[in-house]
Design a protein around this ligand. Structure first.
Ligand SMILES: NC(=O)c1ccc[n+]([C@@H]2O[C@H](COP(=O)([O-])OP(=O)(O)OC[C@H]3O[C@@H](n4cnc5c(N)ncnc54)[C@H](O)[C@@H]3O)[C@@H](O)[C@H]2O)c1
Ligand SMILES: [Zn+2]
Length: 352
């Protein structure tokens, strides 16, 4: 599994890499356009100064870059640069650049070395950790991909100083998720400090990001390819969330907004099915709301469309819709099948 380095400035990556790969290895930094100027150039210069043969490639921002066509461009650039198995790809960006670069690293020459340097809150606590890589095809998101572990995941929270507010809220939904499924103390800390935390980066974020990254790493280490049900806990709120995202054609809701609605719906189900206390469901709802996240849809979505997407969800088995539910705050259970009448009631409460 990858080595997690949390809280050190990215300027120290070249020196760390020198201890782990051969001295004049080729390195390609693949950077999101939004961070390339600010951090990509200096990182590439630092790598060259440390003795590597490093170059920078810039990828346009946004989900539209997560394609086979963009992967093809990168393969050709690597071939022209005469990349070898011992060469290193560095992904510098959010989940889009991380997934794309990870996919290319996994498949070029059947695998070159990979370093993840996530630059969004969502990528620092989630996307960069766990070894899932993917690209999208017109038929659906993340349909083509591999599991591939990076050598290092370098998490420098100071990179988040420039992250726009909406992407901050997006990651915040996943941060809240970790508290809800795995760490009641984290949940309480968020409850106490959310009004400050929601404003953006401050040093107070460093231990919170570290905790979330470690929860993800620990879960993935114990259940690397989703067989025991442990890794499935990370999908809390994601069944309904994905349906809301997909029904809106990925336009109407940020991922974090959609899973916020999904987490609240799952909490309602948990109250009926796994004994979550009503007061804890209310606490979750109010934390999400204070974080600027919705707990119901803004406009109704036809129930049939939601049910279609739920049925198509990769996590469905044997026809029954299975949910991650809560026994309490910090205690989640996976694979619970939900009777239709309960699902109906929860979806109605979510405005669906
Ligand atoms: N592999 C996994 O396990 C996993 C998990 C969750 C999500 N994902 C994937 O991650 C993607 C979403 O990731 P994301 O939310 O990071 O989106 P993203 O990569 O599109 O980044 C969001 C936006 O922030 C900008 N940006 C990035 N870093 C910045 C910075 N430091 N300062 C200013 N702007 C910055 C980007 O240009 C982009 O416009 C999706 O494609 C999703 O499928 C993968
Ligand atoms: Zn998610």
């Amino acid at each position: 599994v990858a080595e997690l380095i949390i809280g050190k400035p990215v300027s120290r990556l070249p020196a760390a890499l020198r201890e782990r790969v051969s001295k004049n290895a080729k390195v390609m930094v693949v950077a999101d356009a939004a961070v390339a100027v600010r951090h990509g150039r200096s990182l590439t210069a630092g790598l060259n100064k440390a003795g590597f043969n490093a170059a920078l490639t810039i990828v346009p921002s946004g989900e539209r870059s997560k394609t086979l066509a963009r992967a093809g461009d990168l393969y050709r650039a690597l071939a022209r640069a005469q990349f070898e198995r011992g060469s290193v790809l560095v992904a510098l960006g959010g989940g889009v650049v991380g997934d794309l670069t990870g996919f290319v690293a996994a498949t070029f020459l059947r695998g070159v070395k990979l370093v993840q340097v996530p630059t969004t809150l969502l990528a620092q606590v989630d996307a960069a950790i766990g070894g899932k890589t993917a690209v999208d095809i017109p038929e659906g998101k993340n349909l083509v991909g591999t599991f591939y572990q990076p050598l290092i995941v370098w998490i420098d929270p100071a990179l988040l100083k420039t992250l726009p507010e909406k992407h901050w809220r997006n990651g915040l939904a996943e941060v809240i998720k970790y508290g809800v499924i795995r760490d009641a103390a984290l949940f309480e800390r968020l409850e106490r400090r959310i009004d400050h935390l929601v404003k953006g980066y401050s040093s107070e974020w460093v231990p919170i990001i570290a905790r979330c990254a470690k929860i993800k790493a620990e879960v993935v280490k114990k259940d690397p390819v989703e067989t025991t049900g442990l890794r499935a806990l990370l999908n809390f709120g994601h069944s309904v969330g994905h349906a809301v995202e997909a029904a809106g054609g990925y336009q109407g809701y940020l991922h974090g907004e959609a899973i916020s609605i999904g987490m609240f719906a799952a909490a309602l189900l948990s109250e009926s099915l796994t004994g979550l206390r009503p007061v804890d469901r209310i606490r979750l709802g109010s934390l999400l709301t204070r974080a600027g996240l919705p707990v119901r849809v803004r406009h109704p979505i036809a129930r049939r469309r939601i049910m279609d997407f739920l049925a198509r969800d990769k996590k469905v088995r044997d026809g029954a819709v299975r949910f991650v539910l809560l026994k309490g705050l910090g205690r989640a259970v996976s694979g619970r099948s939900v009777p239709a009448e309960f699902l109906d009631a929860a979806l109605s409460t979510s405005g669906l």
